[in-house]
Every structure is written in structure tokens, then in C-alpha cells.
Design a binder for this molecule. Sequence first.
Ligand code: AMP
Length: 272
Amino acid sequence: MKIFRDPAKLQKWCRARRNAGSKIALVPTMGYLHEGHLSLIAEAVRRKADEIVVSVFVNPVQFGPNEDYAKYPRDEKADLAKCRAAGATAVFFPTPENMYLQGHSVYVDEESLSKGLCGARRPGHFRGVCTVVAKLFNLAHPDFAVFGRKDYQQAQVIRRMVRDLNFDLKVVVAPIVREKSGLALSSRNTYLSPDERERALSISRTLRELKAKGGGALAAVRKGLESAGLRVDYVECVDAQSLQPLKAVRKGACVLVAAYAGKTRLIDNILI
Ligand code: AMP
């Protein structure tokens, strides 16, 4: 497995592999890898990519000033071992300095799908995500890139960016990987105390109950979260494609939740 730190070297290697006829997959991550990330690598293996490039980069540009950039968990050694075991053929560990050169002044802004939900609560977040993902696409030139449905809005925003900026690649979106308890895996789960983790189970539980009922009131989800002791950031029901708010929870809708367990902001969603 190759390890790259220099963007230019990754780009050169990917170009050579591509010219040699290899099918390249890209799996962008912020590291501290868990089974959710590994399922994306597994998806790339399943799709018979010859080269699977995993990027591990805590992208400062997508964090707000009061967010957890500095304390975001990092474990390069463990990430390398997990990538190797999962079948990655290259890992890209850039630094903020070599991704954002002095005077960096070009950003990618999606102006529609990224404005609601997490975009409304985290101004600049999707601008940071689109910018770094566009850069990774230009570095790796993948045939396809794999994202998780855990970040539902992100996946839709990336799809739109690929369409509107004519990136020559396919976006693959893989299912949410959960603990047995239902909790969606997230690097941020490591912040949770045992008590907060218990409270956090209400997120997947209330979403599951909503779906089992075949719809119903969002108020029940909010109430379930609040009575478990979470602070709700939002509970919204949107059209799964356009992300436009829907009045009723119905088939083809996506219900998304962001809620705080203590200081930790968790997100989850379910397709109805
Ligand atoms: P992150 O490292 O949190 O930025 O996530 C990197 C990629 O892994 C994104 O495409 C996420 O949607 C995906 N991902 C994170 N957690 C999960 C999960 N529990 N199940 C599936 N994909 C996930």
C-alpha cells in the first residue's frame, strides 16, 4: 500500500495508474476510521477498482470557528493498518499547509442543496466540503468516489457538484453502518460518555419508530430526543432528491436529525 503526503506525488501516481488502464476509486475521509469508513472501501473492492485511494484529512476549511477542528480525533497509525486490511492500495495523508497553499483563494460553493439542514447551522461547512472534495477529485482523478449515506446532505451536495462542474466520475453512496444498538458509527462517538452514548440511542430509535409507523409526526421524534436528554439542533423531513422541506412524512422522504449529546453534535437520517 502506497502512502502519499504530497498532493503532487499522489496526482502523478494516479495519472500513471490511470494511463496504465487502472480503474481508480477514491474514498474521502477525515480519518479515525471505523466500520462505516471501511464499508466504503469494501464497496470499492466490490466494484472491482484496481486502485483504491483513501484520503485521510481533517479539513480545517469545513469547520466553523467554534467547532471541534483542534480536538477532532486522529490516529494515523491505526488508520493505516485499517486501510491496509480493508484493501486500500494507497492512502493520502496531506497536511493543511500543502492542501491550502499560502494565499489560497478559490472555493467551491453549492448554492441550493447546501443551504438548509446542516448548511443553515454550520455556515461555510459545505463550501469547505465541496472545495476539499473538488481538490481530491482533481488529484486522484477517480473513476468513482464512495461516500456514506450517514452524511445524506453531503452526498446530495457532492452529486450536484459533480453534475454542475462536469467532474468525470461516478458518485457512489453506501448505506449507513450502525452499531447493534442502532447508533450510527461516527468518529465523533468517541467523545461520548457512557451516559451520553445511552441518550444518543434515542436518535436511531425515534427514526426507526417513525419509519415503522410509515410516517407520522416529526414532533414525536423531537419529543423522543428531548425526553432522552438530547438538545435538538433540527428534525426535518425533506424530499430525498431536492432536499426541499415536506409537510408530511411520506414515502420518498428523508427525515434528518442533528442533535447534541452533551457537547457532541450527532447526525442521522432515515429514508421513508
Ligand atoms: P468522515 O470521516 O466522518 O468525514 O466520513 C467520511 C465518509 O465516511 C463520508 O462519506 C461519510 O458519510 C462516511 N461515513 C461516516 N460514518 C459512516 C457510517 N456510519 N456509515 C456509512 N458511511 C459513513
